[in-house]
Design a protein around this ligand. Structure first.
Ligand SMILES: NC(=O)C1=CN([C@@H]2O[C@H](COP(=O)(O)OP(=O)(O)OC[C@H]3O[C@@H](n4cnc5c(N)ncnc54)[C@H](OP(=O)(O)O)[C@@H]3O)[C@@H](O)[C@H]2O)C=CC1
Ligand SMILES: O=C(O)CCC(=O)C(=O)O
Length: 411
C-alpha cells in the first residue's frame, strides 16, 4: 500500500476513536505547504545532472515544523508527505514543541562524490532557504544524509540570513551539534524496547534480535543491544546480510563495515539472503531501513514476537492486521524512533540558549522523555482499549487537534 494511503488510514482510525469533527480531520490531513524544487548541479566530470527535491511542511499548530531530509533514489512526494505527517504525530507523542515536516531528494548518495553531494545540498538549500528557519522549519538528518549534510545546509543558509546554528539539528559538534544526537535514535529505540519488554517481565539480555539496516539507527541500536547482553543474530544492509545464532560480535561488524562499506565477507557469521532477514528466527525484529518492508507478502512468515519500528512506517496496514492476528506486539514508529527528534529538540534548545549540555544530561533527559511518552501511550491504550499503534496515534493526534482548536481554528 502507498505510504501516504497507509498513514492516512492510521490517522483516520485514530480520529474516529477520538470522535474528531470531520472538517477538522480533513484540515489536519492537508499539509501546510508542499515545496518541490529542481536541483541541477555540475558533476565532477563537468556534465550536468538534475534531481527533484521536496520539503513537505505538514503542520505547525504546536510549534516550528521539524523533520529530516532523506537522500534516496525512491524518494517521491507521497512518501515525503507521509513522513512529514508522521513527524507531526511523533513530536506530539514525544511532547516536544514542534510540528512536522520532511524533505528529500531523489538521488542515490552512494553514487555521488562528496563534492557532488555538497553541490546538490547547497542548491537545494538555495531553493528552500526562505521557507525554513529556527522558528519556522528545522531540518535534520534522515536516510542517506548525516551531520556533514547539515553543516552544508547551515553554511548555505547563513549566506542568505544571519548565522543561525538552530536552523538545523544533527550538526557536527564543532558547529553546535548536541552530544548524544548521533546515537540518539538508536539509544531511544533501545530504551523503548526495554520499556516494552519489561511489561512482559522480560529484558534485552539473552534475547535474540534481527536488525534490518546498519546505518545510523541500525548500527547504534545493535551496539546498545550488544552492550546490554542481547544477541544480535542477524543484520542486513543494502549490500547483503549476515547471521550468527550465537550472537554477532557487533564492534567487529562495525569495524568491517567501516573498512569495506559492506556487510559482505564478514568472518564472524554466515552470509544470508537479505530478503530473509525479516522472517529470520528471533525474538525481536527491528527494521531500521526503508518503509513498507513488512507487507502482506511476508507478514505471515515473521517469527519475531516483538517488532520495534525504528524505521518510519516499516509495516503497512495489511501486515499490521496479519501480525496482530498472530499476536505479534508492534511498538510503532512515531514512538519507537522518537529519540532522534527528541535529542534534536535538546540541540535546538542548547543553540537558542547558547549553552551546551553534558552528554549524561542529554541521555538522562532522553530516557525521561521516552519513559513519559511510553506511559502516556499505555494510558491511551487503556482508555480506548486499543493497540500500541492506536495508543500512540490517538495521543499524538489529540494533542495536535487540541492545539489547532485552541489557536482559533474554525471550519
Ligand atoms: N537518522 C535518524 O535520526 C532517524 C532515522 N529514522 C528512520 O530510520 C531509518 C534508517 O535511517 P538512518 O539509519 O538514519 O539511515 P542511514 O542512511 O544511516 O542507514 C540506512 C541503512 O539502511 C540500509 N538499507 C537501505 N536499503 C536497504 C534494503 N533494501 N535492505 C536492507 N538495508 C537497506 C542501508 O544500507 P547501506 O549501509 O548499505 O547503505 C543503511 O545501512 C529510516 O526509516 C529513517 O527514516 C527515524 C528517526 C530518526
Ligand atoms: O531529528 C529530527 O528533527 C527528525 C528526525 C526524523 O526525521 C525522524 O524522526 O523521522
Amino acid at each position: 500500500m502507498n505510504a501516504l494511503a497507509a498513514t492516512n488510514r492510521n490517522f483516520q482510525h485514530a480520529a474516529r476513536i477520538l470522535g474528531l469533527d470531520s472538517k477538522l480531520q480533513k484540515s489536519l490531513l492537508i499539509p501546510f505547504r508542499e515545496i518541490k524544487v529542481e536541483c541541477t548541479v555540475p558533476k565532477d566530470d563537468s556534465s550536468f545532472v538534475s534531481y527533484i527535491g521536496f520539503r513537505i511542511q505538514h503542520d505547525n499548530a504546536r510549534g516550528p515544523m521539524k523533520g529530516g531530509i532523506r537522500y534516496h533514489p525512491e524518494v517521491d512526494p507521497d512518501e515525503v508527505n507521509a513522513l512529514a505527517q508522521l513527524m507531526t504525530w511523533k513530536t506530539a507523542v514525544a511532547d516536544i514543541p514542534y510540528g512536522g515536516a520532511k524533505g528529500g531528494i531523489g538521488c542515490n548518495p552512494r553514487e555521488l562524490s562528496v563534492s557532488e553531494l555538497q553541490r546538490v545540498t547547497c542548491v537545494f538549500t538555495q531553493k528552500i532557504h526562505d521557507l525554513i528557519g529556527t522558528h519556522r522549519d528545522v531540518p535534520a538528518p534522515d536516510m542517506g544524509t548525516n551531520s556533514q549534510t547539515m553543516a552544508w545546509i547551515l553554511d548555505e543558509y547563513s549566506k542568505f540570513h544571519s548565522y543561525s546554528p538552530a536552523v538545523v539539528t544533527g550538526k557536527p559538534i564543532e558547529l553546535g551539534g548536541s552530544l548524544g544526537r548521533e546515537a540518539a535514535t538508536g539509544r531511544g529505540v533501545v530504551f523503548a524496547t526495554e520499556f516494552l519488554l519489561a511489561e512482559y517481565g522480560m529484558s534485552i539480555a539473552n534475547m535474540k534480535f534481527a536488525i534490518q539496516g546498519f546505518g545510523n539507527v541500525g548500527s547504534w541500536a545493535a551496539t546498545f543491544i550488544h552492550q546490554k547482553g542481547g544477541k544480535v543474530v542477524a543484520v542486513s544492509d543494502i549490500t547483503g546480510a549476515v547471521k550468527n545464532q550465537n550472537g554477532i560480535d557487533i564492534p567487529a561488524l562495525l569495524k568491517h563495515k567501516e573498512k569495506t562499506r559492506s556487510l559482505k565477507d564478514f568472518g564472524g557469521g554466515d552470509a544470508m539472503d537479505p530478503n530473509d532477514l525479516l522472517v529470520h528466527e528471533c525474538d525481536v525484529l527491528i527494521p531500521c531501513a526503508l518503509g513498507g518492508v513488512l507487507n502482506k507478502e511476508n507478514a505471515a512468515d515473521v517469527k519475531a514476537k516483538f517488532i520495534i519500528e525504528a524505521a518510519n512506517h516499516p509495516t503497512d496496514p495489511e501486515a499490521d492486521e496479519i501480525l496482530s492476528r498472530k499476536g505479534v506486539i508492534i511498538l510503532p514508529d512515531i514512538y519507537a524512533n522518537s529519540g532522534g527528534v527528541t535529542v534534536s529538540y535538546f540541540e535546538w534548545v542548547q543553540n537558542i540558549q547558547g549553552f551546551m549540555w553534558e552528554e549524561e544530561k542529554v541521555n538522562y533527559e532522553l530516557k525521561r522523555y521516552m519513559k513519559r511518552a511510553f506511559n502516556d501511550i499505555k494510558a491511551m491504550c487503556h482508555t480506548y482499549n486499543c493497540n500500541l499503534r492506536m495508543g500512540a496515534f490517538t495521543l499524538g493526534v489529540n494533542k495536535v487537534a487540541r492545539a489547532t482548536l485552541l489557536r482559533g481554528w474554525e471550519a
